[in-house]
Design a binder for this molecule. Sequence first.
Ligand SMILES: *Cc1c(COP(=O)(O)O)cnc(C)c1O
Length: 367
Amino acid sequence: MTIPVPVNALDRHISPLAEKLSEAAAAVIRSGHYVLGPNVKAFEKEFAEWCGVADCITVANGTEALELGLRSLGIDRGKTVAVVANAAMYGTTAVLACEATPVFIDVDPVTFTIDPRAIEAVASKGGLDAVIVTHLYGKLADMEAIMALSAKYGFAVFEDCAQAHGARDASGRKAGSFGNAASFSFYPTKNLGALGDGGAVVTNDPLTANTLRKLRQYGWAAKYRNELRGGRNSRLDEIQAAFLRVMLPLLDGWNTRRREIANRYSREIHNERVCVPPTSGTDFVAHLYVIRTEHRSDLQEHLSKASVSSEVHYPLPDYRQPLFGDRFASISLPITEACCASVMTLPCFPELSDDEVSRVIEACNQW
Ligand SMILES: *Cc1c(COP(=O)(O)O)cnc(C)c1O
């Protein structure tokens, strides 16, 4: 029996590092520092440098990085925040957690990221306080156009980089360094992942950084002095920071391998019923390799018989999620809906072998 090609395989990713990670854990255990200690401090410095930004504030996970990041930019009750609806509710959830109002924006059909023309259509009417830019699947959104609109209309830009650690433009500028602030997740399956939950916000603005350091510790201005609404306990553990410090130097290599696999798929999958993304340069770190097909369940079944796993990221637009009832019933974004109905994820992770990549390509071509 053939062993199926998985969509992800964390055991393969982590086991080569087992010894180094064990040593890092043992050093933390011996140190007596378990929360906001020297490893968190060092990782924040190293990750900020790696992203090309002034500061990094680690938090408990990517979801809180998004919410606290928005709060640090002054997003609160009564504010309006533009967000895409094809990115699994992460941005929308953060907007709602801030008690702000989401405005759903359509995406570009090729890059799957927010469409600057659609932002302008909303911003030009006035009243837009911020835009969340999700660099979906690891693809850097059109930051040049978005920052130009931000300058023109005065809204804040918040980048969700949970899938895009290290994606960079032609000049080498990295995801997270364009907007007013940006969030990352270190969930284990992300391009840089801990052995548990973790997240961070990066920013070049010292006031924003200062606010975030308060928000992640109960909203304290000083001990037992609660100053900020939305504050809570949201911290990265020392042991996770120590693991991330072991992995950060390996991230560029992992991203290169992901992109190599993605570009092989884009060059070698030839099937008139499958639409593959164009080959990419460094603006894509291939967190997920996503194709489109009008016959998704048929292809998934075919691949499954050929021992190739696949997934759907993501099937339902945010404004159609059951929790909303009919609150957004009148909203319809054509590209978002077409994407949700046709996207399909193929296996793409650094430890995938060339043979496995060939098997995926063959299975798609034989369909
Ligand atoms: C994973 C993810 C998040 C949330 O991160 P968690 O650490 O799981 O809370 C947010 N945004 C995007 C785009 C993600 O992929």
